[in-house]
Design a protein around this ligand. Structure first.
Ligand code: TYM
Length: 342
C-alpha cells in the first residue's frame, strides 16, 4: 500500500457573526464532534472572525460572539484537548496565505460564487473587497493546514470546489505537489436545514424572523414553541421518503428528526408514516429539547468564565501555529520570497 501523501487532517470553521443555529449544529458542529471522536484524523476547528468582518460587526458584539461560539463548540462536544480550537485572527498565517491566494484566484472565479451574489446583491459596488475575496481566505484556512477533509453544510460546497481549484492552480503554476486537493464532507440527513417559517429558505442567523430558526441558546420552552408553530402543509406525513419530495416543510422537519435521533430518513418514515403533524410535532419538540437544551445550559455556564475561554483559545492558537508556520514558510519559499529559503 502506498503511504497517503498528506496526514489525514480535518479543518472547518464557523463565523462568529451572530448566534449559532440548529442549521450550524446539524450541518457542521455535530459532525465536527463525530470526526473528532473517530480519532482517525487530527481535527482543527476555528472561529473565523476575519471572515465575519467582511460585513460590518460591532467590535464588542464580535468579541462576545466569538467567545460564545467557542462555548458553543465545547458545549456541543468539541474537546479542546482532542481538537485544536482557536480564533482565526490569532493565527496570522491564515491571512498571509490568503494574500498569496488572492494572487492565484481569478476575478471571474470569485464573481461566480452564489454566496457573493446573494450577499452583495444589486449593491456590489458598495460591498467590501473582503466580501469578494472571502473564498480565497477560506481556501487559505483549509490549505494552511494541508487539511484533507472539510465537514460543512451544503451551502459551502461551491466554496470548497473553489478551494480545490486554487490548490490545483497553485500546484500547477509553481510545478509542485504542495497543496492537497481537499475532500468536502457533506453528509447526513441535515446538510441543509431550512427555515421553520418557509421551507424554501435556508435556516439562517440573519433571517429577521427569530421564529424561523432554533438558536443554540434557546431554552426548552422556546425550542418547543418554535417547533409547534413551524409551518407545515395540511396533509398527514406520507408513507415513504419519496412522498416528501414536493413538501419542503414536512421534509425539513423529518430531516431534523432523523439527524437529532441519529436515524436515516427511511427509518424515521417507517416510524411516522401517515401521522398527523399534531402528533409528529410534539415528538420532534421533545427530542429537540432533550438533545439541545443541555447544550444551551452548558453554553451559559461556560460563558460565566470568559478568562477560561480566552485561555482555551490562546492555547489552541499556539498549537495551530505549530502546523501553519512551517507550511506558510514553505509556500513563501515556493513563490520566491527572499528570506524564506529553507
Ligand atoms: P457559516 O458560519 O455560515 O456556517 C457554519 C457551518 O454551518 C453550516 N450551516 C448549515 N448547515 C445546514 N443547514 C443550514 N441551514 C446551515 N447554515 C449553516 C455551514 O455550511 C457551515 O459548515 N464560509 C463558512 C465559514 C468558513 C469555513 C472555512 C468553513 C470559513 N473558512 C473553512 C469550512 C472551512 C461560513 O460562512 O459558514
Amino acid at each position: 500500500m502506498t503511504e497517503p501523501a498528506f496526514t489525514p487532517r480535518v479543518f472547518s470553521g464557523i463565523q462568529p457573526s451572530g448566534g449559532l443555529t440548529l442549521g450550524n449544529y446539524l450541518g457542521a458542529l455535530k459532525r465536527f464532534v463525530t470526526m473528532q471522536d473517530e480519532g482517525s484524523h487530527e481535527t482543527v476547528y476555528c472561529m473565523v472572525d476575519l471572515h465575519a468582518i467582511t460585513v460590518w460587526q460591532d467590535p464588542e458584539t464580535l468579541r462576545r460572539n466569538t467567545r460564545e461560539l467557542c462555548a458553543g463548540f465545547i458545549a456541543s462536544g468539541v474537546d479542546p484537548e482532542k481538537s485544536i480550537l482557536f480564533n482565526q485572527s490569532a493565527v496570522p498565517e491564515h491571512a498571509q496565505l490568503a494574500w498569496i491566494f488572492n494572487c492565484v484566484a481569478r476575478m471571474g472565479w470569485m464573481g461566480r460564487m452564489t454566496q457573493w451574489k446573494d450577499k452583495a446583491g444589486k449593491n456590489a459596488e458598495n460591498a467590501s473587497l473582503g466580501l469578494f475575496g472571502y473564498p480565497a481566505l477560506m481556501a487559505a484556512d483549509i490549505l494552511v493546514y494541508h487539511a484533507t477533509h472539510v465537514p460543512v453544510g451544503e451551502d459551502q460546497k461551491q466554496h470548497l470546489e473553489l478551494t480545490r481549484d486554487i490548490a490545483a492552480k497553485f500546484n500547477h503554476d509553481y510545478k509542485v505537489d504542495f497543496f492537497p486537493i481537499t475532500e468536502p464532507v457533506i453528509e447526513g440527513a441535515a446538510t441543509r436545514v431550512m427555515s421553520l417559517r418557509d421551507g424554501s429558505k435556508k435556516m439562517s442567523k440573519s433571517d429577521p424572523s427569530d421564529a424561523s430558526r432554533i438558536n443554540m441558546t434557546d431554552d426548552a420552552d422556546a425550542i418547543a414553541r418554535k417547533i409547534r408553530k413551524a409551518k407545515t402543509d395540511p396533509e398527514p406525513l406520507p408513507d415513504s421518503a419519496e412522498g416528501l419530495a414536493d413538501r419542503p416543510e414536512a421534509r425539513n422537519l423529518v430531516n431534523i428528526y432523523a439527524s437529532l435521533s441519529e436515524k436515516t430518513v427511511d427509518q424515521v418514515m417507517a416510524e411516522v408514516a401517515g401521522q398527523q403533524f399534531g402528533l409528529f410535532k410534539p415528538m420532534l419538540a421533545d427530542l429537540a429539547v432533550e438533545k439541545l437544551a443541555p447544550i444551551s445550559t452548558e453554553m451559559a455556564r461556560l460563558m460565566e468564565d470568559q478568562a477560561e475561554i480566552d485561555k482555551i483559545l490562546a492555547r489552541g492558537a499556539e498549537r495551530a501555529r505549530e502546523i501553519t508556520a512551517p507550511i506558510l514558510a514553505k509556500a513563501y519559499e515556493i513563490v520566491g520570497m527572499v528570506g524564506a529559503e529553507g
